[in-house]
Design a protein around this ligand. Structure first.
Ligand code: ATP
Length: 315
């Protein structure tokens, strides 16, 4: 069995260097928060399975082939003819600002149900990772997250939620209503500072109180991502702040997923909280310093690369 199981929607991604309406050439790749995490973990040498539905089409083949090539186990992924593989278009508007357009409503992945995923838990992975994107895709995917997280926790599998709020898919209230009930089954909660309120139980209004509410509800680790300001980690008896690694920003898309991959890798390697966060800000920095969501993620032997002097050549 795999150490980690994750599931969600992975789309074909078309990326334009400028405005899409002006035409020109686009680059084709794949994108999905959970598969980004899976690729990040696989590159670091962990065994990881991705579950999801793709359409019976060429973009679906691209998704499966890419994940296979990256060493992600897709044995439980399926082709589903009820819809096409989802599509995400990315355009560079001004400078570092990327604009995203989805063509994913009614996609094959939106037909996902719990029974598609549960068999992947049979071999008892150490860790299940989900994101708050999946329940925004429809009733089936929302039910899948609810059931699979609950079953995993009941079987002693560690569970991780990255809140990953997407305003294009649903409202904040709906997200909070859906995500908060998951908390009692979660071991690790990862959120941006502005996403904490979507998952913290009760009516706490400060970050400190929201973290406390999550820990009180049984979450072991609450991790807050702060973009270029780094991250902080909270457990029942520890608070650790780490700064971001200083790198030249090329493309910030995927930083959060890369961060999660580094964090979970540190967890699997049984690093302490500081060690887990150090690895997370390192993999996050690789994502922002290279183009693409996951293409620039490091292998294990490359983790120390950012310590090399700027402008140096590795021979
Ligand atoms: P996204 O949804 O775009 O993937 P996110 O909001 O989930 O991003 P961020 O907080 O932006 O996640 O970034 C995650 C981590 O990546 C940060 O905690 C930090 O360690 C690293 N990171 C992000 N931006 C930068 C930056 N400009 N320089 C260095 N590291 C960064």
């Amino acid at each position: 069995g795999n150490d980690v199981v994750t599931f969600g929607e992975t789309m074909a991604a078309l990326r334009a260097d400028g405005l899409i309406r002006l035409g020109g050439t686009m680059r084709l790749s794949v994108a999905g928060a959970e598969s980004n995490v899976a690729i990040g973990l696989a590159r670091l040498g962990h065994s990881v399975g991705w579950v999801g539905l793709v359409g019976g089409d060429e973009p679906g083949e691209l998704v499966l082939r890419t994940l296979r090539a990256e060493g992600v186990d897709v044995a439980h992924a399926c082709v589903d003819e009820r819809g096409p593989t989802g599509l995400i278009l990315l355009e560079r508007r001004v400078g570092e600002l990327t604009r995203v357009i989805y063509h994913r409503a009614g996609s094959a992945a939106s037909f996902l149900v719990a029974d598609d995923v549960l068999p992947a838990l049979d071999s008892l992975p150490k860790l299940l990772h989900v994101t708050g994107i999946t329940p925004a895709l429809g009733r089936g995917p929302a039910e899948a997250v609810r059931v699979v997280v609950r079953e995993a926790a009941a079987s002693g599998v560690l569970t991780c939620l990255d809140v990953n709020y997407r305003a294009r898919l649903w409202g904040r209230e709906q997200a909070a209503e859906t995500l908060r009930p998951l908390v009692s089954s979660l071991s690790v909660v990862i959120a941006s500072d502005d996403e904490l309120e979507l998952v913290a139980p009760g009516a706490a209004t400060t970050e400190r109180d929201r973290v406390a509410a999550l820990l009180d509800a049984g979450v072991s680790e609450v991790i807050i991502k702060r973009g270029g300001d780094g991250a902080s980690g909270h457990t029942a008896d520890q608070v650790v702040d780490v700064p971001a690694r200083r790198v030249q920003v090329v493309d910030v898309v995927g930083a959060g997923d890369a961060f999660v991959a580094g964090y979970l890798s540190g967890l699997l390697d049984e690093l302490d909280l500081t060690g887990r966060l150090d690895r997370a800000v390192t993999t996050g920095a690789f994502a922002v310093a290279s183009s693409g969501d996951w293409e620039g993620l490091p292998s294990r032997s490359e983790l120390g690369l950012l310590d090399a002097l700027p402008g140096s050549t590795l021979r």
